[in-house]
Design a protein around this ligand. Structure first.
Ligand SMILES: [Zn+2]
Length: 309
């Protein structure tokens, strides 16, 4: 089996602009989806840890930003997502070297949120950067405002699906339409019965739907179902903010979301207002002065039901 065959990235500057990094955090943080509050909470992130999930697939927790994953090939490494700060990104690369001292060939981005991509500002080597076309488009405004960020833009994009042969490991990239954002990628690794799903699996808390990135609740439901149907042999789902989960957890998440939808629908039929429905679900108003107001899931479900009426 050979290396991935894809178009070559252009070999423009990949130099780190360290002195300007601080300046970019605010712009990139907002546009790529991290609140200013979150970008300031970087004083003492939890320590980075790496654990083997299965075969050649590893989970990297801690640091600043979401869970990342890497796949150790015989000749090189492939990374999924890039933490939120250059420090955590570079520390992660150093930790990976302790387990697999190979060059980094490629980074796949699961979506455009800052806690998954902003660490790329620390990228100081030439690697291929792959994401869904919509993720590229969601990252573009930040780059257009701040040209020094251009090196964090994906160098390769795909549309609905793409199959890669990474040094003998088959990766099937799929986008099932807008869900968490408009450019979510699920990476199925059928040989290991594993899928890396970015922010499509939350449990113990409500999923986030980024309306400002054309995410949708009904799309999220559809994507989760499509994820289960696409390959019934997948046993482990790896996500950005939760521990590895199985099919049961994924199916349970779908059921709980459908249940919420049914309850909201019922209350709408009973003539209850949005505020009444939110309070029935125990949704509290956001704390005064919170910098970015994102509608809670119940409100998004309500709006999407009403839009379809
Ligand atoms: Zn996200």
């Amino acid at each position: 089996m050979k290396n991935i065959i894809l178009i070559q990235r252009n070999s423009s500057s990949w130099r780190k602009k360290a002195s300007l990094v601080g300046l970019f955090i605010f712009v990139a943080g907002i546009i790529l989806g991290v609140s200013p509050l979150l970008t300031q909470q970087q004083t003492s992130p939890p320590p980075l840890t790496i654990e083997k999930v299965k075969d050649n697939i590893y989970l990297i927790k801690g640091g600043s930003g979401a869970n990342c994953y890497f796949i150790a090939g015989p000749k090189s490494n492939l990374l999924v997502d890039a933490k939120m700060t250059p420090d955590s990104f570079l520390a992660m690369l150093a930790e990976i070297q302790k387990i697999s001292a190979k060059p980094l060939l490629m980074i796949i981005l699961t979506h455009s949120d800052g806690d998954h991509v902003n660490g790329l500002r620390g990228l100081n080597q030439k690697v291929r950067l792959l994401a869904h076309r919509k993720t590229y488009e969601e990252m573009l405004p930040a780059v257009e405002q701040t040209p020094e960020l251009k090196d964090i833009l994906p160098s390769e994009t795909y549309e609905n699906s793409q199959v890669l042969d990474f040094e003998g490991t088959r990766l099937e990239l799929k986008n099932f339409g807008p869900a968490h954002t408009s450019g979510d990628t699920i990476i199925f690794i059928p040989g290991s019965r594993v899928a890396i799903v970015g922010d499509l699996m939350f449990y113990g808390r409500d999923p986030l739907i980024h309306k400002h990135k054309n995410g949708t609740f009904f799309g999220y439901l559809k994507t989760l179902q499509a994820m289960l149907n696409y390959n019934p042999e997948i046993e482990i789902y790896l996500s950005g903010h939760a521990d590895p989960a199985g099919r049961q957890e994924a199916a349970g998440l779908i059921d709980s979301l459908k249940d919420k939808e049914a309850r909201v629908r019922q209350m709408i039929e009973q003539g209850r207002t949005l505020d009444e429905i939110k309070s029935a679900f125990g949704v509290q108003p956001p704390p005064a002065g919170s910098p970015v107001r994102r509608p809670p899931l119940i409100e998004i479900i309500y709006q999407e039901i009403m839009e379809k009426k």
